[in-house]
Design a protein around this ligand. Structure first.
Ligand SMILES: Nc1ncnc2c1ncn2[C@@H]1O[C@H](COP(=O)(O)OP(=O)(O)OP(=O)(O)O)[C@@H](O)[C@H]1O
Length: 725
């Protein structure tokens, strides 16, 4: 360890250290490479089939480039023949021909690099999109992050995929045409040198490959370990950036600096090991390369010195030597490329392992908790993530039943993984309009109860019955302890998570005209295959349905808003207003439509679910009129902007505007008004109640009790008390 970089522990906790996992070039890695390749080259009916197109073009162009390389390589031997024979008549035409070949060679090389880059970009798009569309899902992201099923999933999706794309494009460019060239140059070399030329070169390659294999294996696991640590290091910097104010206020710079240095040192240790191991690998591969050039003279020297070509004159012999040395050197070079690529291959294998591990976790249901066992009104099991905002059940009860449906908790018990019992046999029934106030000492399990109600955690035993919704208002919404403000505009914060955004964003617009044409041809072909009335089972774009969300449809249905509803005396959403209002009539995303995955407001016309007038009115209602007047409604800001530029109370008010926009039947607020002044809290709860929202409030604020009819107190020892106020 460098003395300068050494850091003292300063009496703080040990920095976590881990051994590098042992990954070598084995059967498992081969299978993983096959798995990723299969994903990468999905057929052209998917919008991502374009990797295949880029790959074909890359192979064609690099094959063509090799033809120009061959003719370029023969130029010197032709000049030897012309110059030694002093053939003036042939000199001019040869010069012109050579110029043409050299220019073609340059064009071929540039095109190879271009298509290699295109292949890289498309591979990255396909894989990152494939993984993140499975990762950012209700039953994937939270369990993976909270249970640490995979380290740094974010890094695997971003950096590792990018590096995989780069190395795989290099390997493809250099290795795919290599076997063809090896055969061609073997035949040519054989013609000039006889059998022992290729035999010598092949023996040389086998020795080099065996040595590389042994030197490469340890590097794979080190690359893996370094990549992992890179993720930790970067995350620490992002963390410091996000919490710069808190660190500054508490003068925590020294502590954070120490932690960052420890992280940096860990990376440097891995990198140093990689450099050391790669030294031996490089030594072997480079020496192999230099030995190859000497070998080419040995290969032509043997037949010449044995007298095979004694009948040739000086011009013929110099042409032969030049030609033979080019052929055998190029054959050796192809082998050298194969052996040298061993270094890239070890990196490549490291990335493959990290990426496929995450994919395996995403595809393996058994690694994650089973879907929560909450039940619907009919008593049958359901997916809790389907309750509330998004998908609705085809078995959903009728509207009238819905409005009287209660929230039931039966014999619910939860024991922490540490073995501590938080609550036992918790049972209550909450009718709409019956607000529940949950309190108890710190750590008694209030937030844990919310996680169970929402389905993020599974109860140890018992059943939660959360009514479904088939109305414009979601049945239940949860608001976490710290206000959640996301990357987006003021508008986006209020309508989050915007129900007009489809589950899978459409990426079609990011593809070139050529891709679209090829996909169009493919789709016509599929349709023709399915017959005149048949339709292909493959959808043109998304692999999930993009059908209209019932919630969104209802948002546009004025009759629902007009319906007399004692619980919702004044619907927030008005049907009149500017064109932007309810632009979600075009709820089905069209080809070429922007997805929300881009760094811009998700509130573009196709996703509007709230008019600007209504937005301003909502902000006024929650006491954020100043904000509504001074801030652009649709300009995107980073999430840190919102947390830095709004006071904690303002942030909570903004979240309350979201609650009023959605008007869920039940709203679970975990300390949701803790930073809001007493007068505003009273106003907000009164507003919410007048709009038919039933509150389940977790709070230590006594003032809030006045708005609730039931009280639940957890003692954190497994017992609870339930009382009516
Ligand atoms: N993932 C976890 N693994 C183990 N224990 C956990 C986990 N999450 C929370 N706990 C523990 O569960 C207990 C209950 O936590 P919870 O957040 O539900 O308390 P709370 O009543 O909401 O507290 P507060 O009033 O401070 O918000 C705490 O002792 C906490 O340490």
């Amino acid at each position: 360890m460098d003395k300068k970089l050494e850091v003292t522990k300063g009496g703080i906790g040990e920095y976590p250290r881990e051994e590098a996992p042992r990954y070598s070039l084995n059967w498992d890695v081969v299978k993983r490479i096959a798995q990723l390749t299969q994903l990468q080259f999905r057929p052209p009916h998917s919008p991502y089939g374009s990797v295949f197109i880029a790959c074909i073009l890359l192979i064609l162009v690099s094959g063509g480039n090799e033809v120009t390389v061959y003719f370029t390589g023969l130029i010197p031997s032709q000049f030897y023949s012309v110059l030694v024979g002093k053939d003036t008549a042939k000199f001019g035409p040869l010069l012109g021909k050579s110029l043409g070949i050299v220019v073609a060679s340059g064009v071929g090389k540039a095109l190879t690099m271009y298509f290699s880059g295109m292949y890289q970009v498309r591979t990255r798009l396909v894989l990152s999109h494939y993984i993140q569309s499975r990762y950012v899902q209700p039953n994937a992201m939270y369990p993976i992050v909270s249970r640490e099923l995979a380290d740094n999933p974010d890094q695997r999706i971003t950096q590792d995929v990018d590096k995989f794309a780069r190395t795989s494009s290099e390997l493809l460019r250099d290795l795919l045409v290599a076997p063809v060239l090896v055969v061609l140059y073997t035949v040519q070399t054989w013609n000039v040198t006889g059998y022992f030329g290729p035999v010598l070169i092949y023996a040389f390659f086998i020795v080099g490959a065996v040595i590389s294999r042994f030197l490469m294996t340890p590097v794979i696991s080190l690359v893996y370990a370094q990549e992992r640590q890179e993720g930790v290091f970067r995350f620490q910097h992002v963390f410091n950036r996000t919490h710069a104010e808190a660190i500054g206020l508490q003068r925590g710079e020294n502590y954070e600096h120490l932690r960052l240095n420890q992280s940096l040192l860990t990376i440097v240790q891995w990198q140093r090991l990689i450099v050391q191991r790669t030294f031996w690998l490089n030594l072997a591969t480079l020496t192999f390369g230099y030995l190859g050039s000497i070998l080419s003279y040995l290969v032509i020297g043997i037949p010449i010195l044995s007298g095979w070509y004694d009948d040739r004159d000086a011009a013929g012999l110099s042409e032969l030597i030049s030609k033979a040395s080019f052929l055998s050197m190029y054959l050796v070079y192809q082998f050298t490329v194969i052996v040298q690529k061993a270094t890239s291959f070890s990196d490549f294998a490291g990335y493959v392992v990290r990426i496929t591990q995450l994919i395996d976790i995403l595809n393996d249901e058994s690694l994650r908790p089973a879907k929560p066992t909450t039940t619907d009104d009919t008593g049958s099991e359901s997916d809790s993530e389907l309750q509330g905002l998004t998908g609705e059940s085809p078995r959903a009860p009728k509207l009238e039943d819905e409005r009287t449906a209660a929230l039931e908790v039966n014999s619910l018990s939860y024991t922490l993984p540490t073995g501590r019992l938080l609550f036992q046999n918790l049972t209550f029934r909450l009718e709409p309009g019956q607000n529940l106030f949950i309190t108890g000492p710190n750590g008694s399990g209030k937030s844990s109860l919310v996680r169970i109600l929402s389905g993020l955690w599974q109860p140890s035993s018992g059943v939660v019955n959360v009514p479904r919704s088939s109305m414009p208002h979601p049945s239940i919404m949860y608001f976490p302890q710290s206000p959640f403000l996301t990357l987006g505009s003021l508008y986006d914060q209020v309508v989050y998570p915007n129900p007009a955004i489809s589950a899978t964003n459409n990426f079609e617009h990011s593809f070139s005209l050529l891709d679209r044409v090829l996909r169009w041809v493919w789709q016509r072909f599929r349709l023709a295959e399915a017959g005149p009335n048949g339709s292909s089972s493959h959808t043109a774009g998304n692999h999930q349905s993009t059908s209209t969300s019932p919630y969104l449809k209802d948002l546009n249905d004025d009759s629902l808003n007009d319906e007399s509803d004692s619980m919702s005396p004044k619907p927030t959403r008005r049907s009149s207003g500017p064109d932007t209002t309810h632009a979600a009539t075009t709820t089905k995303p069209r080809a070429g439509e922007r997805g929300a995955g881009f760094y811009q407001s998700a509130s573009d016309a196709a996703h509007r679910v709230l008019s600007d007038d209504d937005l301003i009115e909502l902000l006024d209602l929650v006491g954020l009129d100043r904000l509504a007047r001074t801030m652009p409604l649709h300009q995107t800001y980073d999430s840190s902007y919102w947390t830095q530029c709004l006071s904690p109370g303002e942030q909570q008010k903004l979240v309350f505007a979201r609650l009023l926009f959605f008007q869920p039947r039940f709203a679970v607020l975990d300390e949701g008004t803790s930073s809001i002044d007493a007068a505003s809290v009273t106003k907000l709860y009164t507003l919410g109640q007048s709009r038919g929202i039933t509150f389940i409030t977790i709070s230590h604020q006594e003032i809030l009790k006045a708005f609730h009819q039931l009280g639940l107190t957890l003692d954190g020892q497994g017992s609870y008390t339930l009382e009516s106020f």
